[in-house]
Design a protein around this ligand. Structure first.
Ligand SMILES: Cc1cc2nc3c(=O)[nH]c(=O)nc-3n(C[C@H](O)[C@H](O)[C@H](O)COP(=O)(O)OP(=O)(O)OC[C@H]3O[C@@H](n4cnc5c(N)ncnc54)[C@H](O)[C@@H]3O)c2cc1C
Length: 371
């Protein structure tokens, strides 16, 4: 049997590990940590609830928005892969879920139920190697890893490259990506709180719902409703995390940080309108409005920076997806597949990230199954 090496025992590794053990000798490499477990991100996802999918991923008509655009030809080419994956998960593997709007959660509303479910399906014969890979040599077809403080080498026939990004609990280290000799965009934190120039200390830990807009040179370019959580020097909450994705896009397109601002209009929320006078306002808001001489319902904040990687859910940047065939293999090396967060595909909150990673790993699994 051919040797299949998977770099990164994250979410990307699960479906190939579940389905391909009768076809390949599989070795999964994952970084050495205090407690060695696969796919640890699932356990922290969605605040312990794991929002693993989004309904919008199932319909190609939704892929014309900028963040899904790059995936359209990959997901809907030979067949309708998002729906094929979803049938695989629910009909073949019999996974139970429930939905809140477009957002899919495990039936028991806990990360551990999808985690235990997927891990229990992995064949025990698969070799899981909790050691850091430091180099990939595509010419010799071997990976170098550190075991017991010594370098060791593992040859491969096929390799799935899925080391994720630098967010949350990772270090910034490009050496493995560099060894691959494939162009990539350097990472920046995304789905991350935002530091602003205004003083927000007096608002710290307060929450305010409203219509949040992203402005460039004072003009609104995107709006989303949601709840903002104030931090001592910035803004957080899912709506702000989503704005951070758009800000990354603006910076990529050459806009200056000084041109970017965020407006929170707290007078509208989900079709409801504020009609009360100041007496109905929370005290913290009255004080902030007075102190800053704000006469309307709009709070304006100027973008300063992102919070660091450790506060981010995903990393913006990565391998250019145009360098890949529609089966996620490299155009210049058909034995190399790249999937997951390491790709320069940058998605908002709402189950898009785990959902697309699972679909990508399903496509690769199907491709390797046929070989
Ligand atoms: C707090 C938090 C909450 C989130 N919640 C959600 C959510 O609810 N819904 C959603 O859709 N997305 C969520 N995400 C994003 C989601 O977790 C990622 O998109 C997803 O995990 C990406 O999967 P991946 O397989 O590409 O990478 P990962 O799951 O990050 O796995 C990559 C693996 O590769 C390993 N690795 C890296 N370098 C090496 C090396 N040199 N040698 C060996 N191993 C290596 C890493 O240690 C890691 O285990 C959340 C992320 C965070 C941090």
């Amino acid at each position: 049997m051919d040797e299949l090496v998977i770099i990164g025992g994250g979410i990307s590794s699960l479906i190939p590990a579940i389905e391909l053990s009768s076809k390949y000798h599989i070795t999964i490499f994952d970084k050495k940590r205090k407690n060695d477990i696969l796919a640890r991100r699932i356990l922290v996802a969605g605040n312990g609830r794991c929002n693993f999918f989004n309904e919008k991923l199932l319909n190609s008509d939704n892929y014309d928005v900028f963040y899904l655009h790059k995936l359209k030809d990959f997901f809907f080419n030979r067949e309708d892969f998002p729906n094929a994956f979803f049938h695989y998960l629910t009909d073949k593997l019999s996974f139970s879920y429930y939905k809140e709007g477009d957002l899919y959660y495990p039936f028991f509303n806990r990360s551990e139920s999808i985690y235990n479910f997927l891990i229990s399906k992995i064949d025990s014969h698969i070799s899981v190697n909790f050691n850091d890979v430091i180099k990939i040599d595509r010419i010799k077809k071997e990976v170098t890893y550190i075991a017991n403080e010594k370098k060791s080498v593992k040859p491969y026939d096929k390799i799935i490259f899925a080391p994720g990004g630098f967010s949350y609990d990772r270090e910034v280290d490009y050496s493995l990506l560099d060894s691959l000799r494939i162009p990539y965009r350097p990472f920046s934190p995304s789905l991350v709180p935002i530091k602003v120039r205004e003083k927000t200390f007096s608002l710290k830990n307060q929450r305010l719902r409203g219509n949040c807009s992203l402005l460039v040179k004072g003009k609104i370019i995107y709006s989303e409703e949601g709840e903002v959580l104030f931090k001592e020097d910035g803004l957080s909450g899912i709506v702000i995390m989503n704005l951070s994705l758009y800000i990354n896009e603006l910076i990529k397109d050459g806009y200056n940080k000084d041109e970017i601002s965020i407006q929170i209009d707290f007078s509208r929320y989900q079709g409801f309108k504020l009609i009360s006078d100041l007496s109905a306002y929370p005290k913290f808001l009255i004080e902030y409005l007075k102190k800053n001489k704000i006469k309307n319902s709009k709070l304006l904040f100027h973008f300063q920076d992102f919070y660091p990687f450790k506060d981010s859910q995903v990393s913006y940047g990565g391998i250019n997806i145009e360098l890949l065939n529609h089966n996620f293999s490299s155009k210049e090396d058909k034995n190399l597949y790249a999937i997951g967060e390491v790709l320069d595909v940058n998605l908002p909150c709402g189950g898009y990230n785990i959902g697309s990673t699972l679909i990508e790993s399903y496509i690769v699994m199907r491709d390797l199954w046929k070989k």
